[in-house]
Design a protein around this ligand. Structure first.
Ligand code: S3P
Length: 180
């Protein structure tokens, strides 16, 4: 199956972008992030899309961004934390090397805390994060080929665990180089 070499899913703040960029470097390939694609398409930050047009509009842009990225990108791809809510996105991911980066609630609050760039956690991060995870944990698990826990691990350690879990050759250009 062609498509991304690695697809990272998981909740906001788990480190998908940091780990994804490290992985792309280790694999000698490109990095792409559907949040960045949505921001580029909309021409404004995610918090403003939520505020101006609402979450449904954001999810439609996100669905299209995931489709385009899975079709076009052959490097490392990170999906926004809520992308797996969409059933057709979950179906699209079947068969791809999807890794669920997980973390527990204490780690989540430490990492995302009061970050207002993430509108879904703006009011009560701990409670909202728990609710989000209750609704989503099974969806991350459903789409993932493997789960990598990030608690108390550095981004480098997480990247290594992803390479090990997917049995990807470390540092060896894969011949699937990609310009982001
Ligand atoms: C969201 C996660 C965010 C972003 C948006 C909604 C979510 O992406 O897509 O704020 O619903 O969990 P990150 O997971 O990259 O922060």
């Amino acid at each position: 199956m062609t498509g991304p070499l690695v697809v990272l899913v998981g909740p906001m703040g788990v480190g998908k972008s940091t780990v994804g960029e490290l992985l792309a470097g280790r694999l000698g390939t490109g990095y792409r992030d559907t949040d960045a694609d949505v921001v580029a398409t909309a021409g404004k930050p995610i918090a403003e899309i939520f505020y101006d047009e609402g979450e449904d509009h954001f999810r439609a842009l996100e669905r299209a961004a995931v489709r385009a990225a899975v079709a076009e990108h052959t490097g490392v791809l990170s999906l926004g934390g809520g992308a797996v809510l969409d059933e057709s996105t979950r179906a699209l991911l079947a068969g791809h090397p999807v890794v669920y980066l997980s973390m527990d609630v204490d780690e989540a609050v430490k990492r995302v805390g009061l970050n207002t760039a993430r509108p879904l956690l703006a009011v009560n991060p701990r409670r909202q994060w728990r609710e989000l995870m209750e609704a989503r944990r099974h969806l991350y698990t459903e789409v993932a080929r493997t789960v990598v826990a990030t608690d108390e691990r550095t981004p480098e350690e997480v990247a290594q665990a992803v390479l090990d879990a997917l049995e990807l050759p470390d540092g060896a250009p894969s011949g699937r180089e990609n310009t982001p």
